[in-house]
Design a protein around this ligand. Structure first.
Ligand code: ZZB
Length: 258
């Protein structure tokens, strides 16, 4: 699976993360790194998600930069030559996801240049980097989670202002209009991020609709079909050193190399 790794620079740590991390990174810039299959939607990021029960690490990539992601992802990146020296996994500090909530980060290419880290129930520790860039306009999971957080801010222990950015129209589709994911949640009567079966179906529909029938509404490639814009946006992000190619090994490769 070929993902785009997205580098979201930390602007201000949550108090809990600051205590644990700030003194351990040796002056490096720290980035939360998300794995995405939809670089063309990055204009519509409104926040970022982590799993509150997931263990993350801050890993030195070189003398100047450190990435925050799961150990599993850091190992993959090291094997893929993203670290100096190659293959080097250098964990500077470990931190649990709940401590990251409320951290403010840069959202590359987004119309909202800074966003907050929020909790999501369904983040898998075994996929991507364990950090998810949230695009509620085009991802049903992201949109439903954002709605849940707004409805129950106290329960989720967040400041409501962290979840205040509304979904931003990024892609137009003939069937679902300019906000595909919110339209799908309504059409499929999805009520909660716990409706995982319907959400998986909605995701499938949103992927297909966006990829085959979507047109860009914003950004440098406004007016182009998503099929053409996808690779171009990705290239632009990589040129700007805000993203990189990140491959996820298939299950069988993992078990054979383990
Ligand atoms: C931004 C984005 C915008 C995404 C969108 C999707 C959509 P897949 O297809 O199952 O491989 N993701 C990445 N890592 C995780 C994780 N550890 N746990 C849960 N979700 C994760 O899923 C890949 C997508 O799932 C990634 O692409 C990421 O969200 C999320 F408009 O990044 B995506 C219709 C989907 N739209």
């Amino acid at each position: 699976q070929e993902y785009t790794g997205l580098k979201m620079e930390v602007v201000e740590w949550s108090p809990a993360a600051k205590d644990v991390i700030a003194s351990k990174v040796g002056g490096r810039k720290v980035f939360l790194v998300a794995a995405t299959l939809r670089p063309e939607t990055m204009y519509g990021q409104t926040n970022c998600f982590v799993g509150t029960g997931i263990k993350y690490g801050v890993f030195a990539m070189n003398d100047k930069e450190a990435f925050l992601c799961t150990l599993r992802a850091a190992r993959n990146m090291a094997f893929q030559g993203l670290t100096t020296p190659r293959g080097n996994v250098d964990q500077l500090v470990e931190i649990s996801g709940d401590k990251l909530i409320g951290t403010r980060i840069k959202a590359p290419f987004s119309l909202n240049p800074e966003v907050y880290v929020l909790p999501m129930d369904n983040v898998l520790a075994t996929k991507g980097t364990g950090v998810v860039s949230s695009v509620p306009s085009d991802s049903p999971d992201d949109c439903q989670t954002l709605y849940d957080l707004r409805k129950k801010a106290t329960f989720y222990k967040i400041d409501p202002s962290w979840a205040a950015i509304d979904p931003v129209p990024v892609i137009s589709t003939p069937t679902y209009g300019d906000l595909c994911a919110p339209a799908l949640l309504t059409a499929m009567k999805i009520q909660s991020q716990k409706d995982t079966k319907q959400l998986a179906e909605a995701k499938e529909v949103a992927y297909k609709e966006g990829f085959y029938n979507g047109t860009m509404l914003v950004g440098e490639f406004k007016g182009l079909p998503v099929q053409e814009a996808k690779g171009k946006v990705r290239e632009r992000m990589i040129e700007a050193n805000l993203a990189f190619a990140y491959a996820e090994p298939e299950g069988f490769v993992l078990s054979r190399s383990a």
